[in-house]
Design a protein around this ligand. Structure first.
Ligand SMILES: [Zn+2]
Length: 155
């Protein structure tokens, strides 16, 4: 089940998506009217999206992009980043502004995500950040395959 919380500021509508995107998700009903020219989609809390969800996502956001709305994807969770990488038109012309990176701690095995601005990421791909573990403060490592996770940055 998908939840949507909306904030309108001037001509920009921010929608925060949370939950699971799957068959039956009705983006039209959940997001409703978009009065301004710009839509920011925050995907921080999207845990999962399956193939039916991907179809509905692309249908909805492609249509929106075609009407001239400017789309921005922010705080993309690993589940969303995976789709952005797998499916070339998943972003539907949206700028992918920030993404969560998964990290794992070698000392205490904690797993967590950390938010990065995509423009900043492009500059540090050769030596990825190693944020301190929130539990034990030791250095952590990026917990995915860089060649796959950052594929979209090359487009
Ligand atoms: Zn740790």
């Amino acid at each position: 089940m998908l939840n949507v919380v909306k904030f309108q500021k001037d001509s920009v509508l921010l929608v925060r998506l949370s939950g699971i995107i799957q068959e039956g998700v009705d983006f039209n009903a959940l997001i409703g009217q978009i009065p301004g020219s710009e839509l920011i989609i925050s995907c921080k809390e999207v845990q999962r999206i399956n193939s039916s969800g991907v179809k509905l996502w692309i249908q909805y956001f492609q249509k929106l992009a075609a009407t001239g709305k400017k789309l921005r994807l922010v705080e993309c969770s690993p589940a969303i980043v995976e789709q952005i990488n797998l499916i070339v038109n998943f972003a539907c012309g949206a700028k992918v502004e920030s993404v969560y990176l998964p990290f794992a701690c070698g000392s205490c095995k904690a797993q967590f995500v950390s938010l990065f601005n995509t423009d900043d990421l492009k500059k540090v791909l050769d030596s990825l950040p190693e944020p301190a573990c929130p539990k034990c403060k030791n250095k952590t490592m990026f917990d995915d395959i860089p060649g796959e996770y950052f594929e979209f940055l090359n487009r």
